[in-house]
Write a protein that binds this ligand. Sequence first.
Ligand code: UN1
Length: 509
Amino acid sequence: SISIEKNETTDQIKMQKFMNYIDGKWQEPSTGRYIPVINPANGAVLGMVAQSSSADVDQAVAAARKAQKEWRLVPAPERAELLFTVGRLLKENKERLAQTITSEMGKVIEEARGEVQEAIDMAHYMAGEGRRMFGETMPSELRNKFAMSIRVPIGIVGLITPWNFPIAIASWKSLPALVTGNALVWKPSPDTPIVAEAFVRIYEKAGLPKGLINLVQGSGPEAGAAMVEHPGIDLIGFTGSNAVGKKINERAGALLKRTSLEMGGKNAIIVMDDANLDLAVESIIWSGFGTSGQRCTAASRVIVHEAIKQRLEDKLIAAVRQLKLGDGHDEATDIGPVINKAVLEKINKYVRVGIDEGARLLCGGKTAEKVGNGKGFYYEPTIFTDVMPDMTIAKEEIFGPVLSIIGVKDLESAIEVNNNVSFGLSSSIFTSDVNRVFRAIRDLDTGIVYINAGTTGAEIHLPFGGTKETGNGHRDSGVAALDVYTEWRAVYVDFSNTLQRAQIDTNTK
Ligand code: UN1
């Protein structure tokens, strides 16, 4: 069995081991060590995940290298057939995968289903790219010479993916990497190894040749660092924290290894005085507290026009009162737990700093200890107001259900406050003035801009990523993803049978 069914008891599954998958074989890690996988809703042990080391990474790279030699020769439309099958299998297994995500990651089941849907959409979209993987043809400067650029695979791609979207983000990276002819070494987060294994089993069932996807389970400092160091890995695709991203960037930079980094956000929703206030409230709640605030797109700041600040606060407090915390498997739950104890403590620390720095707490501000069996990691949806833009809670990514309300007097200051953070992933504005809309589109310094919608809910066929410290200029998903996983090759075909020299005047005479 590869899943944790809703009604299976923890006893039945707790001895299950989640191993590595290398060269088409499920195998023990070289260390022989395993670490427990915890259900954040109730503290139950769901299984044990392999702790890999550099020896496992070595093996995985060797297998990937061998497999990629053949795979790069397979026509892209044929590679794409496999992606269509992956899409179909994801769809057939949607409910089971969603339940697994909720068990090990905690997000509510409706959101888990949405996440699997993102992976399904991505499989079909990237399968389409197999027949469309365009290059360019251009006129040459010279007669009887043909010029074009084509895409070639990078080679061996190392993926390091987070727990918050354990299958969606893995799909954003693995599917374009495979359709463009690369082979993979994938290290998922040790907090979500079960759905990672399930995803690999889907690739296996779809008939992916052995060695093309190698799963190396375990924690970052051991297995992830070994991937970044490995000379046989040509590109590291990473989504995760800024601290880790910076380390990868530094080390990979020294080795001249390619990287595609997607990191944090400090996303804001701007609410102008002409906004549909009820819609803004609903969107703030959804983008701020959905997934317990653990999306890199989550809203964590609300920048509001002073004229409506009080009314917005009243409506937000009323809306928060309606939210039900609990186990995400329960369809009635609005907000599930956060991923683990360390994250819970980090959120609590930020809230204490917010209070110390003089922000006013409107609601929440503490762990919710009485939810379920009392052993889960729940945090009350928290709203601060009268937050100043230079306070810590207004600048740093908290990655939890904590919103900071900042009052402003006009659109100019709203945009300035929005942009005056080190991140630039997503932003949003609620207004009914078309002039304000287009000024926001032009001036909000983020990779994603929403008009009259919250900061979350990016669709997979558009580029996903951000400015400044959010990343290193790359984009996940959309057609932009092809640029991450391919190199451009410029090709000149001279059919003149003479020596034609570019940039030499005589040739054009
Ligand atoms: C993330 O949190 O890293 O736009 C991804 C969204 C989702 C993906 C979030 N489609 O909110």
